[in-house]
Design a protein around this ligand. Structure first.
Ligand SMILES: Nc1nc2c(ncn2[C@@H]2O[C@H](COP(=O)(O)OP(=O)(O)OP(=O)(O)O)[C@@H](O)[C@H]2O)c(=O)[nH]1
Length: 204
């Protein structure tokens, strides 16, 4: 079974828990405990594979070394970065997170393939008080090789599900790429062993 680890990050109150809970239970509750972090688990069947999905939903800790993120970066295979379209400061926070994830040192420290990132403008139902344009989100995503969508955890169940499925599929694609790019150490070793012992065996 494949393990897929996804971190849902973003500014305070942007709807990280609402999106996660919506995906896991199809429900929108409205208020979510925000003083502890959670890792949720879900078994999924996607693209012919059984997956063990883990979703990390951090608690709000505005003072936590803002963009250090070191443990999350090492833990996660992909990121959902959430901002609130009615709150410009949350977009600035999301931008800083995207830059942090895409920093060359970060991208290369552990990974042969860039992490999958999906930027989400949440609370689309509040578009009458919108502070961040759709184009701004789209541009930030394009410039930083991220996927992008706007949606509403409060009003859209299917879109939220599709959003999570999209990022999980990207992660699976990355797993395949990594597999391809992995130096064929094990294969070469098998060849070597075969060359040395295989031939001898023939002569016995
Ligand atoms: N109108 C509207 N409100 C939303 C939406 N998603 C979440 N909210 C509300 O926004 C508030 C914060 O939602 P949370 O899911 O707790 O946000 P969070 O990012 O997990 O919050 P912290 O953990 O405190 O950072 C709650 O009052 C939610 O009901 C949405 O799509 N539309």
């Amino acid at each position: 079974m494949n393990d897929v680890k996804l971190a849902v990050l973003g500014g305070e109150g942007t709807g990280k828990s609402a999106l996660t809970v919506r995906f896991l239970t199809k429900r929108f509750i409205g208020e979510y405990a925000s003083n502890f972090e959670s890792i949720y688990s879900k078994h999924l069947y996607l693209e012919g594979k059984q997956l063990n999905l883990e979703i990390y939903d951090p608690c709000s800790q505005p003072k936590k070394a803002k963009f250090s993120l070191t443990s999350e970066l090492h833990w996660a295979d992909g990121f959902v970065i959430v901002y609130d379209i009615s709150d410009r400061s949350s977009f600035a926070f999301a931008k800083a997170l995207v830059y942090r994830i895409r920093e060359p040192q970060t991208s290369h420290c552990k990974r042969a393939v860039e992490s999958a990132v999906l930027l989400v403008g949440n609370k689309q139902d509040l578009c009458h008080v919108r502070e961040v344009g759709w184009e701004e989100g789209q541009k930030l995503a394009l410039d930083n090789r991220c996927q992008f969508c706007e949606l509403s955890a409060a009003e859209q169940c299917l879109e939220v599900e599709m959003m999570f499925i999209r990022i999980i599929k990207d992660i699976l694609t990355n797993f395949k790429l990594k597999e391809k790019r992995r130096p064929s150490g094990s294969k070469s070793m098998a060849k070597l062993i075969n060359n040395v012992f295989g031939k001898r065996r023939k002569s016995v």
